[in-house]
Design a protein around this ligand. Structure first.
Ligand code: PEP
Length: 250
């Protein structure tokens, strides 16, 4: 049984003080839900997350990590730093980093290795741009990204990794994949895991959908058999709508 995960991706929103107040409000209003909640916040907000969310049901993490262990890498943040502030998860390979920072599959695989070495669960993002979908190549593109982003990455247990399928054309655009289209891709991704690892791994690994998930479409998406929750940008910024997403878990 895979537990639904609703992971908010706050991108470059909220100062640490705003984040702290938000976390407190969420904890005060925390709903009855079968889902697990996680907030992926900016680096400066991680100490606020640690102070407020440690030992609660709400997990937290970062939106990126350096591929380097340590050294003269100005502006980078290492995995040891993330582990020290208690990150459970960290997003890697988000399409905004792949496109604005030209991150390759090989670099994402290196980042996955760093996180796994420190027991932080990568939320690894994959997904095709619009022109690829329109040309009928979405599955091939996404699976090849998955293959490249996990090349040489050693994973033993299915709960050491989370995948987020995020079609690029649906992120922040208000356009969502239909539950059926998203489900079809999630099925392909799960089948890929069965080939790469084994059936037990494939059946256990959580695959989130991301791309304009909102309170009014979340329940239909999360009800699909192979969709195990969402990586949510815009709709995770307000406590009210984040709670509604948690309540949309089947
Ligand atoms: C995201 O940030 O990963 C995302 C899916 O954003 P949004 O929900 O705003 O489309």
């Amino acid at each position: 049984m895979r537990k639904t995960l609703v992971a908010g991706n706050w991108k470059m929103y909220k100062t640490p003080s705003e984040a702290r107040a938000w976390f407190k409000e969420l904890l005060e209003r925390y709903p009855t839900t079968p889902a697990e909640a996680a907030l992926m916040v900016s680096f400066p907000s991680l100490p606020a997350a640690q102070e407020t969310l440690s030992d609660t049901v709400v997990a937290y993490g970062a939106q990126d990590v350096s591929a380097h262990v340590e050294g003269a890498y100005t502006g980078e943040v290492s995995v040891r730093m993330l582990a020290d502030v208690g990150c459970k998860y960290t997003v890697i390979g988000h399409s905004e980093r792949r496109s604005y920072h030209r991150e390759s599959d090989a670099l994402v695989a290196e980042k996955a290795r760093r996180l796994l070495e420190h027991g932080i669960i990568p939320i690894l993002c994959v997904g095709e741009p619009l022109e690829v979908r329109e040309a009928g190549g979405a599955v091939e593109y996404t699976l090849s990204q998955l293959e490249g982003s996990l090349e040489g990455v050693e994973i033993e247990e299915h709960d050491q990794l989370v995948i987020a399928y995020e079609p690029v054309w649906a992120i922040g655009t208000g356009r969502t994949a239909t539950p059926e289209d998203a489900e079809a891709m999630h099925r392909e991704i799960r089948a890929w895991f069965a080939r790469r690892f084994d059936l037990a791994f494939a059946n256990g690994v959580r695959i989130l959908y991301g791309g304009s998930v909102k309170p009014d479409n979340a329940a239909a998406l999360f009800a699909q058999p192979n969709i195990d929750g969402g990586l949510v940008g815009g709709a995770s910024l307000q406590v009210e709508s984040f709670i509604a997403l948690l309540q949309a878990a089947p």
